[in-house]
Design a protein around this ligand. Structure first.
Ligand SMILES: Cc1cc2nc3c(=O)[nH]c(=O)nc-3n(C[C@H](O)[C@H](O)[C@H](O)COP(=O)(O)OP(=O)(O)OC[C@H]3O[C@@H](n4cnc5c(N)ncnc54)[C@H](O)[C@@H]3O)c2cc1C
Length: 463
């Protein structure tokens, strides 16, 4: 009998763990799977810890449920019955005061004239500029969201609607972000008028019965990681924490992986770590691929969770939170009124759980110490909400280089990278936020494909 094949997965975020699960579940032959994780814990950007007596996420708090991958994974892991969705509280945009986010938008792109015609967010001149969008000639030759939307609707629609909505999801400055990386918006560029395309897309979305937009386990997204870890281990996978990959060398048809603790042999590798660290260990295999990976930029953010005593929270603030457009930002880019957004985030004493985001691509905040960050957040919120708040509990989560920035033409660079590495080092595949989509569902989808590609490579080694 032949020895089991060896698969090594680098990184134990949701992409790495799901890749391991896919290989272990779908392999028709014995296979050893080892997941190597540099940090002392698994989960990567997904982390749920206790705060104000509740399980509150420090990073992502939900995933998009209108695409199947994460929802299916949660169901496969047995989380179906304990999933929940946000309340129907609405978010606002702060621009010299709070404004409701208009209906009739597709990720900030107007789907009807009334989306901006009746909003106090846009000036009369800005409304006139936006209204001529259907009359303009087609916009071509740009993959920059900012450049495209500004050319269609003018600066105000971009800066006060589209950029806040997209920027808050990707911690980005959407003037420098790839349109193709946001498929819902990219789909609106197929016809000449973005307004009409958004109108048609919204009408189609309203017609088809759709469940909730977002979903999450009531125990927090950490539950997804916990169950993934258990499942991978139960299937015989080995998850090693505190072991960082530093170099990969090719040996015959396989690879030697040198780590901070020793070395491993692999017939196939899934790289589920972010682009920057990956560029270092890929270099001995392919310097062009390493150079490309090294060019990826990543934005850092800080997420401050606060419990505000019930007596301090104004009853008028019933929404789910607000976004701050880039030209209006000092440090805070968004604040989520967590206890309004999530029914399971309501402490017994009636406190409000807030999650306040500071920083994005082009707005550095990590150099501040925690006290300074907390003061900046409270000062910004005083400006935005008109209230002085003294939190009864505070937690600062620093997310260094946590949001990959897909610059315009990202996917062309990725194709070049994969082509180059595919020739130099067959059997090495990428999965995760740095590559084909940033949100949790996209990471799961990539992990499924990476797992399948790994099995196909192992099968080809036999022939
Ligand atoms: C604050 C915040 C809020 C977010 N909110 C949402 C949200 O609401 N919804 C949503 O869908 N997405 C959200 N995201 C995005 C989403 O969480 C991430 O894109 C996703 O979790 C990334 O998963 P991943 O497995 O690709 O990478 P990661 O989670 O980054 O995991 C990669 C792992 O690789 C490890 N690693 C790195 N180098 C090495 C090495 N040399 N050797 C071994 N291991 C290594 C790292 O330590 C890490 O654990 C958010 C992200 C952040 C930071």
């Amino acid at each position: 009998m032949s020895e089991p094949r060896q698969v090594v997965v680098i990184g134990a975020g949701v992409a790495g763990l799901t890749s391991a699960l896919t290989v272990l579940t779908n392999s028709s032959e014995p296979v050893n799977v080892t997941v190597l994780e540099a940090e002392s814990t698994v989960g990567g950007r997904i982390r749920t810890t206790q705060f104000a007596g509740l399980s509150i996420d420090e990073g992502p708090d939900a995933f998009l449920a209108r695409v199947p991958w994460a929802t299916q994974l949660a169901a496969e892991l047995g989380l179906g019955a304990s999933m929940t969705s946000p309340t129907d509280a609405h978010a606002s945009i702060w621009h010299n005061g709070m404004h409701n986010i208009p209906g009739d938008l597709m990720l900030g792109v107007p789907a009807k004239v009334r989306a901006f015609a009746t909003s106090g967010l846009i000036s009369p001149l800005g409304k006139l500029r936006a209204a001529i969008e259907p009359l303009l000639p087609a916009t071509t030759d740009t993959d920059s969201i900012g450049e495209y939307v500004r050319s269609r609707f003018g600066n105000q629609i971009h800066e006060r609607l589209v950029d806040p909505l997209i920027g808050s999801i990707y911690a980005t400055d959407s003037d420098h972000f790839s349109m193709a990386a946001v498929p819902q918006v990219a789909a609106l560029t197929a016809s000449r008028s973005m307004l009409f395309a958004a109108g048609r897309a919204r009408a189609a979305a309203t017609k088809s019965p759709a469940g909730p937009i977002f979903s999450t386990p009531t125990r927090g997204l950490g539950a997804l990681i916990e169950l993934l870890t258990q499942r991978v281990t139960a299937l015989g996978g080995r998850i090693v924490t505190g072991e960082s990959v530093s170099t990969i060398e090719k040996v015959n048809t396989g690879y030697t992986i040198i780590t901070s603790r020793g070395q491993h042999f692999a017939d196939a590798i899934v790289v589920a770590s972010p682009a920057k660290p990956s560029s270092h260990f890929i270099r001995p295999l392919d310097s062009r691929a390493a150079d490309l990976l090294g060019q990826w930029s990543h934005a850092s953010v800080v997420l401050i969770t606060m419990a505000i005593p019930a007596a301090q929270w104004p009853a008028r603030l019933k929404g789910s939170g607000y976004l701050v457009p880039k030209p209006d930002q000092r440090w805070v880019s968004a604040a989520s009124f967590g206890s309004n957004k999530w029914a399971h985030w309501r402490p017994d004493d009636g406190s409000m759980i807030l999650r306040v985001s500071l920083g994005r691509d082009g707005l550095e905040v990590l150099h501040f110490d925690n006290d300074k960050l907390i003061n900046l957040a409270l000062a910004d919120m005083k400006l935005h909400l008109g209230v002085d708040m003294t939190p009864s509990e505070i937690r600062v989560s620093r997310w260094a280089e946590s949001f990959p920035q897909y610059r315009p033409n990202h996917f062309a660079r990725l194709a070049e990278l994969e082509h180059s590495l595919g020739t130099a080092a067959p059997g090495i595949v990428f999965a995760g936020a740095s590559y084909r989509g940033i949100g949790i569902p996209a990471c799961v989808q990539q992990a499924r494909s990476a797992g399948e590609a790994t099995l196909a490579h192992l099968a080809a080694l036999h022939s």
